[in-house]
Design a protein around this ligand. Structure first.
Ligand code: SF4
Length: 76
């Protein structure tokens, strides 16, 4: 399993994560920031645990993020 975490408040809405992984990331029409699909908020950080098949695309999204607010961790 893979945990994806986003510090959403610092998102600049650049769309780079969406380009890497349009399945898991969407730009919000409400505030222009990116939303982690099915992410659950805890103290300003949004997190979701997904299957290993999303590891590669999630790492690409994290790598693309210019403000470095996406973290991807392998979890068992
Ligand atoms: S790549 Fe980072 S800054 Fe850009 S929209 Fe995604 S989360 Fe926000």
């Amino acid at each position: 399993m893979v945990r994806i975490i986003q510090q959403r408040g610092k998102c600049i809405g650049c769309n780079a994560c969406v380009e890497a992984d349009a399945f898991r990331w969407r730009i919000s029409r409400h505030d222009g920031k990116c939303t982690l699909v099915h992410g659950v908020e805890k103290k300003g950080f949004f997190g979701v645990v997904v299957g290993d098949e999303e590891l590669e695309s999630s790492l690409a999204a994290a790598h693309n993020c210019p403000v470095n607010i996406i973290k991807v961790q392998k979890v068992s």
